[in-house]
Design a protein around this ligand. Structure first.
Ligand code: THU
Length: 135
């Protein structure tokens, strides 16, 4: 499995935690932060944005991906997701699908308030994906 330099990972964790503070999560009270690393070494952050019409909520990961696209990048190397939990949480199915579009081999690292880090390749979290090549 690909590795990230320790300082890059630390920076991403810091950013994901920090952006979670901007989350709009009055209904779930579950703020999430995500930081995407692109092939050219840039980082883009996102937080979850809920809505009174609950189903319209956007997850932190998908908002980070939108942020990346808006800045002209399309190749995801890694994503760090922070949840305010004692154990790390894996990205939801919808976010796995969206990450697959831009980083089928991306490294997905989940961090939390405890010491554990969950580290998987997206291809492990989303085996046999439907993607651009299927069209
Ligand atoms: N959430 C994310 O932002 N990312 C995930 O991968 C899972 C869930 C958000 C959506 C909602 O605002 C809150 O967490 C509770 O589900």
């Amino acid at each position: 499995m690909g590795e990230l330099p320790e300082d890059t990972l630390e920076k991403m964790i810091k950013r994901a935690k920090s952006i979670s503070k901007a989350a709009y999560a009055p209904y779930s009270k579950f703020p999430v932060g995500a930081t995407v690393l692109t092939a050219d070494g840039r980082m883009f952050d996102g937080c979850n944005v809920e809505n009174a019409s609950f189903g319209l909520t956007s997850c932190a990961e998908r908002n980070a991906v939108s942020h990346m696209i808006s800045q002209g990048r399309q190749q995801i190397v890694a994503v760090v997701i922070y949840t305010p939990t004692p154990k790390p949480a894996s990205p939801c199915g919808a976010c796995r699908q969206v990450i697959n579009e831009f980083g089928p081999e991306a490294l997905i690292l989940s961090v939390c308030d405890g010491p554990d880090i969950l580290k998987k390749k997206l291809s492990e979290l989303l085996p046999e994906p439907f993607g651009p090549k299927n069209l």
